[in-house]
Ligand binder design. Structure first.
Ligand code: NAD
Length: 284
């Protein structure tokens, strides 16, 4: 098991960013994805992002080649190096995460920590499919990973203090600010953010104000950098609905019921920026 070598499973939006921040901190990174095209695209995205940071003076330009050289595309979990930490960043689907953690438990060295970047799935339930629940932890990075300081560190019911402290120290080494959170639906970030977005959608549905007006109130009145409806479009309305359902079902509390307008928009395929239309319309 190598102490300066990690693996990131899933090389999409989050996985590429997570791999990049580890490489910037001197770690060798196995970037694992089943889709070869995504692996190639992620390498390109990381290269662009590292070069941009170097041009802004955030990274020493003489380090760019070394950073990029530390990223190793890997086509399958079974082909990973014997790393001391794996961060999983595959899509937010419990059956898929269970499959991945079962495979990681078989392949990763016995002492390796298995972290998940899940936004809302229970760490305790993911850990339960492994034979090492004390070494499973939530490591919830924010998007875009190279720029956002916060990492929520979520303790599953069995996560050991030793593992928590190790990952807390590692997050600090990456230049992030870790925050300790217990394993309850939505953790802290989405438990507070998503009901606010959902309430903004109720206000829109009830005709209290227009989408523009709702966002303006929150930007100018509360100093939020982005209005809640613009933010919902950025995150993806399907993702917002999934998380509201995790809160609603997880707490069995009607205060978290997803707004009918959110459900209607997702059914129509109005998913926000990624589909070109959400609460606002996006050209191109
Ligand atoms: P994404 O769809 O951009 O990337 C997921 C990647 O996983 C894809 O490249 C896919 O090919 C790959 N994948 C699928 N099955 C795989 C397998 N069996 N083995 C290896 N790779 C596999 O998703 P994302 O937005 O990066 O989200 C990943 C995780 O991060 C989710 O749990 C999500 O909830 C969480 N998250 C996302 C955001 C965000 O803003 N996008 C923020 C915080 C947390």
């Amino acid at each position: 098991m190598k102490e300066k070598h990690v693996a990131v499973v899933g090389a999409g939006t989050m996985g590429a960013g997570i791999g990049q921040v580890f490489a910037q901190s001197g770690y060798e990174v196995d970037l694992v994805d089943v889709d070869e095209k995504i692996l190639a695209r992620s390498k390109g995205r990381i290269e662009k992002s590292v070069n941009k940071l170097a041009s802004k003076g955030a990274i020493d330009p003489t380090q760019v080649d070394d950073i990029l050289g530390r990223i190793h595309p890997v086509p399958a979990i079974e082909k990973m190096s014997p790393v001391f930490l794996v961060v999983e960043a595959v899509p937010e689907n419990f059956d898929l995460k269970k499959k991945i953690f079962t495979a990681l438990d078989k392949t990763a060295p016995e002492g390796a920590v298995l972290a998940t970047n899940t936004s809302s799935i229970s760490i305790t339930e993911i850990a339960a499919v492994t034979r090492r629940p004390e070494k499973v932890i939530g490591m919830h990075f924010m998007n875009p990973v190279p720029l956002m300081k916060l990492v929520e560190l979520i303790r599953g019911i069995a996560t050991s203090d030793e593992v928590f402290e190790k990952i807390d120290g590692l997050a600090r080494e990456l230049g992030k600010t870790p925050v300790e959170v217990q394993d309850y639906p939505g953790f802290i970030s989405n438990r507070i953010l998503m009901p606010m977005i959902n309430e903004a959608i109720y206000a829109l549905m009830e005709g209290v104000a227009t989408a523009e007006a709702i966002d303006t109130v929150m930007k100018l009145g509360m100093n939020h950098p982005m209005g809640p409806l613009t933010l919902a479009d950025f995150i993806g309305l399907d993702v917002c609905l999934d998380i509201m359902e995790v809160l609603y079902n997880g707490f069995s509390d009607p205060k978290y019921r997803p707004c009918p307008l959110l459900k209607k928009m997702v059914s129509a395929g109005y998913l926000g920026r990624k589909s070109g239309r959400g609460f606002f319309v996006y050209e191109g």
